[in-house]
Design a protein around this ligand. Structure first.
Ligand code: SF4
Ligand code: SF4
Length: 215
């Protein structure tokens, strides 16, 4: 899921400078799980904006804010509430914000900072395990991602700074390459480490990306 958190309210107010009428939009998926843009946060945001002297013309929590067509359809259904607003405040990830901005000329304000693709450890606690590099190496690294878990993103580790299995950059963590090697040894599959991994092909993660799935 996409992990995000709310911007400081002062930053949101600054982005709404000169705006008196605001429509608030949340997302029922990732932003809800992160407690950043679900029903509760949208409601709280309305109250805070009202206390700050802004008129909230209405609100909606869209099922998936990253769904371009659904967002446009749901906002059209809100009619005058959206039309009368001077700005749309979006409590969703960056993709969700752009689903909104793609269909309107109104000022579209991002209320969240989008942080990373995260795994859920428990409710309210997330870990980054994948950096969306576009050329997954997990088959060669025993299911442990060096691109993400090694602070240097080294593809041929460990680096010279590893100290008794601990990471040079973050001594509180086990070196990602130490984890990889230990697991491969346990699987009697240390073979891939005998080869040097060629330099990363950064074209695999070029932007903007586009993928169409044939169904
Ligand atoms: S190798 Fe790339 S795609 Fe695979 S988990 Fe790591 S960052 Fe994600
Ligand atoms: S000690 Fe290991 S995890 Fe830390 S930077 Fe070096 S190779 Fe990466």
């Amino acid at each position: 899921m996409i992990v995000s958190r709310q911007k400081p309210f002062t930053d949101i107010l600054a982005a709404l400078d000169g705006v008196s009428r605001v429509f608030v939009i949340g997302c029922a998926k990732c932003a809800t799980v992160c407690k950043a843009g679900g029903e509760e946060q949208v409601w709280q945001m309305q109250e805070r904006l009202t206390e700050a002297g802004r008129e909230v013309t209405g609100s909606i929590v869209i099922d998936e804010a990253c769904h371009l067509l659904r967002v446009q359809r749901d906002l059209r259904a809100k009619g005058e509430m959206v039309r009368s607003a001077e700005a749309l405040l979006v409590l969703a990830c960056g993709a969700g914000v752009q689903s909104v901005s793609a269909g309107t000329d109104k000022r579209t304000v991002a209320g969240l900072d989008t942080l990373f693709l995260g795994n859920i450890r428990r409710f309210g606690q997330f870990e980054q395990r994948c950096s969306l590099c576009g050329a997954c190496r997990l088959n060669e690294t025993a299911g442990i991602c060096p691109v993400t878990l090694c602070p240097k993103g080294i593809l041929n580790g460990p680096c010279g700074g590893m100290d008794e299995g601990r990471c040079e950059v973050n001594p509180n963590a086990e070196c990602a390459w130490h984890q990889i090697f230990t697991r491969l040894q346990g699987q009697a599959e240390a073979g891939p480490l005998a080869d040097t991994t060629p330099p990363a092909d950064f074209s695999a993660s070029s932007r903007p990306a586009d993928l169409k799935l044939d169904t």
